[in-house]
Design a protein around this ligand. Structure first.
Ligand SMILES: Cc1cc2nc3c(=O)[nH]c(=O)nc-3n(C[C@H](O)[C@H](O)[C@H](O)COP(=O)(O)OP(=O)(O)OC[C@H]3O[C@@H](n4cnc5c(N)ncnc54)[C@H](O)[C@@H]3O)c2cc1C
Length: 392
């Protein structure tokens, strides 16, 4: 058994975010850090976006792929775009994120990178123990983001939706995109399989990532997303198939659930990331929440306090998430009118603040007062106990 101070099990968004902070903080200079992942090749599979007021969000400024000062939403053949100041919508590609941080790790004398499959976690009271295909490792603390959804029924949620999507990164032969504005949600695409919208990240006038996204119970056949993207490029950007090349494909499923996942595997192993419940259930956004948890863990370790899981969202936000998920689950046809009204009657900036959970109650009541009431009352009637328990 080999001993280190910290094990980071999983080198994805949360593992590498934690590692980045540890590498640059003087407190960890004399600590040994072991990073384990089944593959330490830089990941090209994800494009992470988030909004922030900071010029150097989370210290990642040099890794950002693109930043948009404006966002657009589309509905009923109308696109409305507006500045989201003081927020900026940022994009980070997993490839440059993992390349940069793994290179930093290779330069750091106190970090060891291990490519191995993690088989199990245990502890001996004072230490976390990680069993891998390449041996057994022991540490004061382990931070894991490798375990997927727990299968035991006590963790199952009565609403189990997913945000599922496929995107094409394309390069067009003629200028077609406005690189100053990202398209957050465009509902000008056939509905009928669950709330469906297009998402577009224009990196230049000729390069963009276009995604077809649904909020529903299960993935569609791959041809559905691909046909939707093809049709959308033609109808919204006048691009026929011979006018662009697909340079990369991206797809994923993000859980949209009100379940509280176990924040610890054992006394010495803390979970992070999606399966620690860091995803905002009603939107799928996770990246910023991971950074908040990383900050918290770093502060606790530096202060000599045992690291603890992130607290849950405030009760009222958990209830809002539950109500929206219930509507999307039980009356999906009402999803689009709700989002339409939300975007028509509120500034995008106000919606981002609300989704960030940094609005105050008065602002939230104002937003709700201008939405169709009935579906929300029906969702409350469907889950009275959960509402009383605070949404989870
Ligand atoms: C395609 C995609 C796009 C997304 N875009 C956004 C976005 O724009 N904004 C946002 O806020 N959120 C987004 N998300 C949601 C979320 O931010 C990401 O899923 C994020 O990567 C989650 O981080 P994580 O650390 O939990 O998991 P991951 O980043 O998936 O990392 C888990 C790591 O564990 C490793 N691993 C797994 N099993 C084992 C094993 N047995 N042994 C060893 N290693 C193992 C994997 O190789 C991986 O490196 C997106 C999700 C997906 C799938």
């Amino acid at each position: 058994m080999k001993d280190v101070d910290y094990i980071i099990a999983g080198a994805g968004a949360s593992g590498l975010s934690l590692l980045h902070r540890m590498i640059f903080h003087p407190f960890f200079k004399s600590s040994s850090i072991l990073v384990i992942d089944q593959s330490l090749e830089p990941n090209t599979d994800k494009t992470w976006c988030f909004w922030s007021k900071d010029q150097d969000p989370f210290g990642y400024a040099s890794m950002l792929e693109h930043s948009w000062p404006s966002l657009a939403v589309g509905s009923s053949n109308v696109h409305r775009s507006e500045s989201i100041s003081p927020y900026v919508y940022h994009c980070l590609k997993s490839e440059s994120f993992s390349t940069t941080i793994l290179d930093q790790a290779k330069e750091a004398a106190n970090v060891t990178l291990l490519e191995a499959s993690i088989e199990s976690f245990s502890h001996d009271g004072d230490h976390a123990i990680v069993n891998t295909s390449e041996g057994v490792y022991r540490a004061k603390w382990c931070f894991q983001s490798v375990l997927s959804k727990p299968s035991d029924s006590s963790q199952s949620s009565d609403i189990q939706l997913i945000q599922h999507f496929t995107g094409w990164e394309i390069s067009s032969s003629t200028p077609a995109f406005d690189p100053s504005t990202a398209l957050l949600m465009d509902f000008n695409t056939p509905q009928g399989n669950g709330l469906t919208f297009m998402y577009a990240l224009p990196f230049s006038e000729t390069d963009a990532l276009i995604e077809c996204t649904l909020f529903s119970k299960s993935r569609m056949d791959e041809t559905f997303y691909e046909e939707s993207i093809k049709n959308y490029l033609e109808s919204e950007f006048n691009l026929t198939h011979d006018q662009y090349t697909i340079t990369r494909r991206e797809s994923g499923n993000i859980p949209m659930e009100t379940t509280s996942y176990a924040p610890r595997i054992n006394e010495r192993t803390l979970s992070m990331g999606v399966w620690a419940g860091h995803t905002k259930p009603s939107t799928g956004y996770t990246f910023s929440r991971i950074q908040t948890q990383v900050d918290r863990v770093i502060t606790q370790l530096i202060s000599g306090v045992d690291p603890t899981p992130a607290g849950q969202s405030p009760t009222r936000f958990r209830i809002y998430d539950l109500m929206l998920l219930s509507i999307l689950d039980h009356e999906p046809a009402n999803g689009r009118p709700i989002f339409d009204t939300l975007f028509k009657r509120n500034s995008i900036h106000d919606i981002l603040r609300f989704l960030d959970e940094s609005s105050h109650l008065g602002q939230e009541l104002w937003i709700f007062s201008r939405l169709p009431y009935a579906p929300f009352f029906r969702s409350m009637a469907r889950h009275p106990l959960k509402i009383l328990q605070g949404g989870s």
